[in-house]
Design a binder for this molecule. Structure first.
Ligand code: CP
Ligand code: NVA
Length: 329
């Protein structure tokens, strides 16, 4: 398997075997890190981290991974670069491509990261766009594989806004890996028909299934993994909160939902999560709409079934694997 020089923009571009290769590589790097075995033979290489939206996990994962590998990294924050304001994506890509061996981009439309990749001449990694969040997918798949020993045949139910980066990406990941994906939400929030069709094409090859279901009891029945995400994503206007709360509250992950899933089902969330009122926005929304939580109850979030922090840790091991796999040597 050789992924050297490849971009990492969406899992649509990778075969199940290539995804498995990156997961195996991540598991190996994780094992080595736990044992204190250094993999730091990337001295002299540098990566650029462009963030047009904020981040905790993705940024830290890239920075720690780069440091562990012996590489340098430069973080460009949402206000700290000329991108899109004074300098086009194509020009930025050609400048950074002369100085860095790889470029991470987090921002808005997928077409931006695609344009970066077209002009950079070095691997470009998608650290989240409106449409996709592929590095998150590797962390999620690794976490699921660690828990169940396999991916094939696992039923993953996504509740919430399935039209955005997380719903789209999980549907692709499940279809690629022979899993059963259910978008359990109101029909308005189902992923777009074209992407569903593309994923059904992958599913036909891998034995995966794709279902869209409005009924919570039916959708979550016998699930192995219950997954949710924030109801309003970065870059969306604050005005949509009220509507989302109204329309997605029936799809909140509660103890009842978990009880309807398999006995050993796990709960996952890409984070950050509104499971209590201990954040600025959580408090504001809680007071305004008389809530104690949003997409997941604190009870589920803090339960033994919740593996959200294993998942968060795996962001680093999987991102390290993406860097190692794709960097030109
Ligand atoms: N899950 C995730 O991408 O987290 P950050 O927004 O903190 O990077
Ligand atoms: N859907 C969320 C994911 C955050 C990791 C967002 O785009 O804000």
């Amino acid at each position: 398997m050789n992924l050297e020089g490849r971009n990492f923009l969406t899992l649509k571009d990778f075969t199940p075997e290539e995804i498995t290769y990156m997961l195996d590589l991540a598991a190996d790097l994780k094992d080595k890190k736990k044992k204190g075995i250094l993999v730091d033979d990337y001295k002299g290489k540098n990566i650029a981290l462009i963030f047009e939206k904020t981040s905790t996990r993705t940024r830290c994962a890239f920075e720690v991974a780069a440091k562990d590998l012996g590489m340098g990294s430069t973080y460009l924050d949402p206000s700290g670069s000329q991108i899109g304001k004074k300098e086009s994506i194509a020009d930025t890509a050609r400048v950074l491509g002369r100085m860095y061996e790889g470029i991470e981009y987090r921002g808005f439309g997928q077409e931006i990261v695609e344009e970066l990749a077209k002009y950079a001449g070095v691997p470009v990694w998608n650290g989240l766009t409106n449409e996709y969040h592929p590095t998150q997918m590797l962390a999620d798949l690794l976490t699921i594989r660690e828990q169940f020993g396999t991916l094939k045949g696992i039923k993953l139910v996504y509740m919430g806004d399935a039209r955005y980066n997380m719903g789209n990406s999980l549907m692709i990941a499940c279809a690629k890996m022979g899993m059963h994906f259910v978008a359990c939400t109101s029909a308005k929030y189902f992923p777009n028909a074209e992407l569903v069709k593309t994923c059904e094409g992958y599913a036909a090859e891998t034995g995966a299934t794709i279902s869209l279901c409005e009924d919570v009891k039916e959708g979550t029945k016998d699930a192995d993994v219950i997954y949710t995400d924030v109801w309003v994503s970065m870059g969306e206007p604050a005005e949509v909160w009220e509507e989302r709360i109204k329309e997605l509250t029936p799809y909140k992950v509660t103890a009842d939902v978990m009880a309807n899933a398999k006995k050993d089902a796990i709960f996952l969330h890409c984070l950050p999560a509104f499971h209590d009122l201990k954040t600025k926005i959580g408090k504001e929304m809680g007071e305004k709409y008389n809530l104690t939580d949003m997409e997941v109850t604190d009870e589920v979030f803090e339960s033994a079934q919740s593996h959200v922090f294993d998942e968060a840790e795996n962001r680093m091991h999987t991102i390290k694997a993406v860097i190692v796999a794709t960097l030109k040597r």
